[in-house]
Write a protein that binds this ligand. Sequence first.
Ligand SMILES: O=P(O)(O)O[C@@H]1C[C@H](O)[C@@H](CO)O1
Length: 244
Amino acid sequence: HAGNLVLGYLSGVPTVCMQGRLHFYEGHPAWLVTMPIRMMKLIGVETLIVTNASGGLNQDYNSGDIMVIKDHINLTGLTGQHPLVGPNDEKFGPRFPAMTTPYDPELRRLAQETAKELGFSGFMREGVYVKVSGPSYETPSESRLLRKIGADTVGMSTAPEVVVAIHAGMKVLGFSMVTNVVILKQDSDKTPPTHQEVMDTANKRAKDLQLLVKTIVGKLASTLKATESAATPAAAMLHKEKEN
Ligand SMILES: O=P(O)(O)O[C@@H]1C[C@H](O)[C@@H](CO)O1
């Protein structure tokens, strides 16, 4: 997690890119972990593209697969470490925001269509991400629990940021890269996960994910130009031009 905030143009579109993020397991409270999302909102970002590294709970998944996130289980949020706890700032959104469709169906469709065009179908998935606290990886019993509650991948981030983005009225597209297949059986002879394995797999697949995001942003930008509507959501972590 390099910890850089990179501002520039992606496919010709003004973009804010976080190279790494804050995590709860580093000791940061949930509101601080998600503060960059509010900062993006304040400078005009309308669409957020989030990525993460995750463990594959779904045993059909392979290391290196990219899962379009269909929904999430914010397990730490459900159990009290919720980023919107505390006084609500109505400037951003309502006290009780709905989370019925956190990951935009049209963006998900566009992501799958683009992946197909790029020849990525063989490693594309669509499923549910569960957010845990970390920093320890899960025990086999914990992993079976997470699988049983409906999760396909498990990781230590993303859901809080997405909750804050949805609260603030942003559109969200999410990708979860499976960097290790989670061990569900006790006394397995499979190699336990390590952060090195996570980084190595992520690095191997990084170029594909970068190309996918870049192509999607390009497509969103041309849609924007074609519709001429200032209210139309822009692309990934990017904002519409200021109108002054
Ligand atoms: O920021 P993400 O969720 O992609 O990073 C994951 C969680 C931990 O930092 C690390 C675990 O190996 O990868």
